[in-house]
Each structure stands twice: as C-alpha cells, then as structure tokens.
Design a protein around this ligand. Sequence first.
Ligand SMILES: NC(=O)c1ccc[n+]([C@@H]2O[C@H](COP(=O)([O-])OP(=O)(O)OC[C@H]3O[C@@H](n4cnc5c(N)ncnc54)[C@H](OP(=O)(O)O)[C@@H]3O)[C@@H](O)[C@H]2O)c1
Length: 326
Amino acid sequence: MSALKVLMVGAGAVGQTYGFHLLRGGAELTFYVRPGKVAGLRGGVVVHPLNLSRAPRRLEGYAVVSDAAQVATAGPFDVVILTVPSDALRGAWCTDLLAAAGPDATVVALQPGPQDQQWVADQVGAERVVAGLIALLAWFAPLPGVDRAPGVAWWRPPFGKLPFSGAPARVQPLVQTLRKGGMPAKAVPDAAQAGAAASAVMMPFIAALESVGWQLARLPEPEPHGLALGAAREIRALVAPKASDLPLKIMGRRGLLRVGLRVARWFMPMDLQTYTQAHFTKVGAQTRFMFARYVELARERGLAADHVQGLLDRLAALDAKRAPTG
Ligand SMILES: NC(=O)c1ccc[n+]([C@@H]2O[C@H](COP(=O)([O-])OP(=O)(O)OC[C@H]3O[C@@H](n4cnc5c(N)ncnc54)[C@H](OP(=O)(O)O)[C@@H]3O)[C@@H](O)[C@H]2O)c1
C-alpha cells in the first residue's frame, strides 16, 4: 500500500490525535488550519498519548496549509478528515476546501450534529463519505491543576476502537493506517447512526451539567437529571428511533449514574469533571448549535422537543448572565 495522503482539517485536540496515529502508521499528513495558527504548528508540537506512556512525545513531520489554493497545490489527497466542530462545518470555506482537495478524495466526517454527515454528502456525494465516531477523549493540556507541558493529550477507554463506516475500499486504508500507527480502529455498519444515538443520550446530560456549573455530583439530582433524560428521549426519537434503549435505561437510573461517575474516576488518567468542563466550554457554540437544530428538526417533523427547548433556554440564560452589560 502506498502512503495514504491525508488532509486533516483542523489541528485541535482531535486533529492532532488522529494525525499522530496516521503519521505513525505511515501516512503523509497535511494540516489545514486558519492562517493565524500556521506559525504555532511549524516544526512540530508536543503531544501526550496517555495510553502509550506518561512521557510527552513530539508530533512532527507534517505539512501545514491555510487556504484552498495551497490545498490544491499540495493535493490531490486520498483522504480528507474533517475535525472542526459542527457549527464551523457549514460554510463556503469548507466547500472550497473539499473541492480543492481532489475529485476522488474520501471525506471523513466526524461531526456529532444532526445532519452533519448529510451536509458533507451533499457537498461531495454520499459515495465518497466515510462516517466516523470519536471514541476517545482529547484535550489541550494542561488541564487546571495538572503539571504537564502544554500540548494535546488524549486517552482512549480500554478496549475502545475508532469506528468508521462507508465503502470498504475507502474505510480499509484508513483503518489499517490507524492500526499500524497504534490506534485500534474498525469498520462498522453505520458509524453515523451510532454517533447520532450516542449524542442523543450524551448531549442533554452535558447541557444539564453545564446548567449546574459543571458539578458532576449534581447531575443525578432530580431536576437536572429529569430534564436531561426527557431531552435524551426526545432527541433519540428524532435522530435514532431504532437505537437500543439500554443507554437511556442506564442513564435513567440516578443511583447507577452516581456509581458510574465515581467508578470513572478510578481508571481515567484525568479528572472527568475538569476535562468535561474544559472540553464542552471550548465547544460550547457547537452544543447550542446542536440543540437549536434538534428543536428545528422536531418542529419540522411534528415531534416533541419541550425538554430540549428547556435545556436550550437554560443555556441561553447562562449566556445572558455571562454577557458583558452596558
Ligand atoms: N476532544 C474530544 O475529546 C472529542 C470527543 C468526541 C467528539 N469530539 C468532537 O470533535 C470535534 C472537534 O473537537 P476538538 O476537541 O478537536 O475541538 P478543538 O480542539 O477546538 O479543534 C477544532 C479545530 O477546528 C478548527 N476550526 C474551527 N473553525 C474553523 C474554520 N472555520 N476553519 C478552519 N478551522 C476551524 C479550530 O481552529 P481554531 O483553533 O483556529 O479555532 C480547531 O483547530 C467537535 O465536533 C467535538 O465535539 C471531540
């Protein structure tokens, strides 16, 4: 197999994590970033692959481009991986980039928002899209209170594999390169649907958590928990009606949730509450974007979204409180 030529769109936590493993697996890697971010990436960056070791490593040996003309010159690419948040995805900049990357590039869509995958398919044709689910946690180190060199850190839960779905001829080179680079990955029948189902359950609890000041211990309290569970049911009915009920049943048991949150502390290499607050504050615009889309979709389809709207209202109230006055 000749080296897979990959354009990584975004060099944030996920972009650097996937990029590290693809490079190790023998891919030729180019990051696309906004012009202001080019200098910070030149010459390599520090990363913390916490599943491999606690010692920092260097991510280096990649190219960096920052506009569609440079993408066209550096291409054509075999694979384009979109790691920007859902709210950043839809835009002329992305459409131009996809056109510049090459007429047959596989486009990997990792975004969790409703209809994100559809938007990508509308740009390049469904046959070129590979859907992926980000089954790991990545963040900009150091998290508050941790003594670690600045750089992206990541942790993959034990036995977790990055799932991808799409045409086998497009999925296999990606999966093989990631595996060769030390990241377990696998082909699955429908990563987009798995992602929609996971987001349907997870995002309401994240929004409820934000509404109680990110205090994990308060999440099982009746009020935030009831609102999150109601919203999870509504979103699931909207985007993943055929998904298994089990995650909802588990999250619906407040005692079980309390125990699960305590147990998670024992095996994660970072504090879950600190990571959750840092990550979802960073992608807060995406959370609001996703909830607004869920409400819109529910209205279009005549489905209930009272709890989703309730969470969106809470986030809006928080934003209003934070907004500078005068
Ligand atoms: N991190 C995780 O643990 C995790 C887990 C599951 C799912 N995800 C999902 O993965 C996605 C990315 O998360 P992340 O943690 O990697 O976020 P991140 O660290 O903020 O990275 C996002 C990257 O996208 C870039 N970007 C945003 N708008 C852009 C634009 N218009 N043009 C070019 N680049 C743009 C950002 O560039 P700038 O720095 O210039 O803004 C940044 O490099 C999100 O959808 C998130 O929900 C993440």
